[in-house]
Each structure stands twice: as C-alpha cells, then as structure tokens.
Design a protein around this ligand. Structure first.
Ligand code: SAM
Length: 416
C-alpha cells in the first residue's frame, strides 16, 4: 500500500516536470512512512535525524504516509527542519507549494511519465473497517472507502495503455471490496478487470479470512489471467489468541478456506502473516501456531514480533507480557520452520513447466519474474527476454526463495 502511495505521488510529480535524482543533488526529499510496528516508526525518526545535515534553506523535507495519520502537524514541532506534513493522498496543496517555491518552467511536462512498470498497483479500498486489537491502521488510515468499479477499470485501462502487463488490486482487506453503487464485490471487480484487453495477469492483496468468499476462489480457479496466489494473514494458530486479537474467525474456519481453495487450485501459492508474542500468548499457544504453520505449508510466512501501538485496544488494555527475548526466540524458531517448508515446496516445482511474467534483470543480468502462483523465477540463458514478456520455462533447480529454469520454445505444451 505504501509503495502504491509512493508511486502515485511520484507519477504526479513527474507529470509536473520534476525529475528523480540522488539525495545529494535533489531539492526535495519526501519520506513516505509506515508505523505498523514501533521499529518501522523508529526508522523514520532516524532518517529525519540524518536529513538534518542535508537540509539547507533552499531544500525541502516533507513527510507523508501513516506517520502523518498518527502524529499530524505535531511532527513539525519535534523536527523543526521538517517543511511539510502531507496527508496520504492529499498531495495537490503540497505540489502547489513546491511550484511556488521552485521554478521548473524549463522542465519538460510529462503527462505519462512512463512510471508504470510491468505491474500497476490500484488501490480499490482505502482504510480499514476491522478492529483487530493490535492494529493501528484504522487510526492512521481511517475507515474503509471503496473505489467504484468503473473508476478502477478506467485506471487499469490507462495503466495498460502505459505499458503495464499486470494489475494488482490493493486493500488492507481487499476481499471486503464492494462497489459503492451495488455492482458487486471483489469477484465482480476481478471479472471486470480480467477482461480488459492487455491485462496479462491480475493479482489482489491482502485478504482477510473473515471476508473471503468461495465465489472469489471459483473465479480465481476458472481464470487464465487471475494469479493463483492468496495472501491471507492468519496471525495466530491458537483460538484463544485469535479471540483476544478480535480477528473474527477460528483456526477451523481458516483451515476450511484453505481446504476449499486447494481443492479448486491444488497448486495455489499461499502467503500469510503471523504475530508472535501477542499479550497472553503462552508457550502452548505459540506451539499451536507452529503446528498450524507446519500443517498448512505456507509458501511465505511474514513473521512479526508483537509491537504495542499507541491507542490500540491491546496496547491500552492488555499487558505486553511476553519478554522480548522470548518473542525473538519464537520469531527465529518459526522463521527456521517456514524456510524449511518453503524449500520443500519450491523443490516440488523442479521438472515442471511454468509461466513467468518477466519483471526485469537481476544483478547477474538474468531475466527474473514471477510464476502465477507467486514464486520468483529466474530465467537461465534468457538472452532475448524482455521485461513484460510472458514466457514458459522448465524448472531445473529451486531454492527456498526462487525457481531457476530454461525457456521452453513457444510451440511446446502449455505451462501450468
Ligand atoms: N488483511 C490483513 C489482515 O488480515 O490482518 C491486514 C494486513 S496488516 C495491515 C499488516 C500486517 O502487519 C498484519 O498482518 C500483522 O501481521 C502486522 N501487524 C499489524 N499490527 C502489528 C503489531 N501491533 N505488531 C506486530 N505486527 C503487526
């Protein structure tokens, strides 16, 4: 979501004639910020401290993103060298203030500045209507606002015209999407977007287990465009912890979704988030999470240590009673397990033919991209392959994080 916000601000600035440059040559530095955990927030403060050296009366420092939702204008008091505090999405007054300060009239105006890469992120829901006891997002990003289907489709068409091959629909809980004019939910939106000519791939993230409907899984399974990847945070594999997190589902409900999804799509890529050390998480509760991670065989597990966030129910009403060292132990233990599972799962792709959407070249100049199930893939000896190409490869090798394969000539059997 933050990357999508950065992209849209950058696109707007490029269209106004600004150019990206290194910090030492730039006139303006904009920090787009995340406050999901204390560690993310601390990174912003240390960056702001660093920028003190860089700041001169001619230079501008601005902060946007979730820290603005959390701290507002108060940031200016704490960081006197900060020039502008820009609320998420409300960029025009800031851009107007830059235009009055810097003369870029000699700069070329670039209405379609070529920002769009292979993938284009489209925010279909802003904010969050859930009330997870640990989470600060509803406070800093507000309640949900859903973008009408027609507007989403128009944005996707423009992105495709600009060269995008893949559309990624974004929302904190994207499966909660409903068109404000009553034209349906995420399944209906996905059906509209997948039929736009030129959309080679369609993904959506992140889903919430309470909102996910079988109809969406059926649309995914039937489509040749929608990727077979589900990003579905479980947060804990223990029902008492889930209840204290106010997640609105139990582990048996989560298991049932995965069972159904895998029945429809046996090769589904599955990504989840887990918080370790939530208030009251006993050793047994942690072991329940560990067992569920082992059982469900996620492809990727994003693991975070619980971080109390100001104003949340958990921070104000529950004791942060799992010591830091214990949180760290659980994090490392689960990380080791999830890497083992990831390696096991990627090795199952060896010998199979898969379709790759090429995104660019890695540091060894090998084309890389992703398969429809979300895994990163490297094309060995892919001399002529370009970003944006959709090619088939035969997987020769696999590591925990990626597949390596050779391109298959186009007249062979279709890939998975
Ligand atoms: N759809 C998602 C869901 O079902 O929860 C929303 C994603 S949430 C905005 C991003 C992730 O950050 C969460 O899944 C959670 O694992 C992590 N997170 C949020 N608040 C946290 C906290 N206080 N401490 C640690 N991790 C946190």
């Amino acid at each position: 979501m933050n990357s999508a916000d950065s992209e849209s601000l950058a696109r707007r600035l490029l269209a106004a004639g600004y150019v990206e440059d290194s910090l030492d040559r730039a006139d303006v530095a904009i920090l787009n910020t995340c406050v999901i955990r204390q560690a993310s927030e601390d990174r912003v403060y240390s960056k702001l401290h660093e920028l003190r050296e860089w700041k001169t009366p001619e230079r501008t420092i601005a902060v946007t993103g979730c820290l603005v939702g959390k701290e507002g204008d108060g940031l200016r008091g704490r960081f006197p060298h900060l020039d502008a505090v820009v609320p998420i999405g409300d960029y025009e007054p800031f851009i107007a203030s830059l235009e009055s300060r810097y003369d870029y009239s000699q700069g070329e105006s670039l209405p379609h500045a070529g920002r769009t890469g292979v993938s284009h992120y489209v925010r279909v829901i802003q904010g969050c209507d859930h009330n997870c006891t640990f989470c600060i997002v509803p406070r800093v990003r507000g309640r949900e606002k859903h973008v009408p289907i027609d507007m989403v489709v128009a944005e996707c068409r423009a992105a495709v015209a600009d060269g995008a091959k893949e559309i990624v629909l974004l929302g904190q809980n994207v499966d909660d999407y409903h068109d404000p004019d009553g034209r349906g939910g995420l399944a209906a939106l996905v059906r509209e977007v997948e039929r736009i000519p030129g959309v080679k791939r369609l993904r959506f993230m992140t889903s919430h287990p309470q909102d996910l409907e079988v109809e969406l899984l059926e649309v995914m399974a039937a489509s040749g465009v929608v990727c077979r990847e589900l990003q579905l945070p479980i947060q804990s594999g223990d029902d008492t912890v889930l209840k204290r997190m106010a997640r609105g589902y139990q582990t048996r409900h989560y298991r049932a979704i995965i069972e159904r999804a895998r029945m429809l799509m046996p090769d589904l890529g599955l990504v989840t988030d887990v918080i370790v050390g939530f208030p009251g998480e006993s050793e047994q509760a942690y072991l329940n999470t560990r067992a569920l991670v082992d059982e469900l065989e996620f492809d990727v597990v994003h693991i975070a240590m619980y971080s109390p966030r100001p104003g949340t129910f958990a921070a104000t009403r529950m004791a942060d009673d799992v010591p830091h060292e214990e949180k760290l132990r659980r994090l490392n233990d689960l990380l080791a397990l999830s890497r083992e599972i990831a390696a096991r799962k990627t090795s199952r792709w060896v010998g199979r033919d898969v379709e790759v959407l090429v995104e660019g070249r890695d540091e060894l100049q090998r084309p890389f991209g992703r398969i429809r199930q979300g895994k990163r893939a490297i094309v060995l000896r892919g001399g002529d392959v370009q970003a944006g190409d959709v090619i088939d490869i035969r997987v020769m090798q696999a590591t925990a994080g990626q597949l390596l394969g050779l391109q298959i000539p186009t007249n062979s059997e279709p890939a998975a």
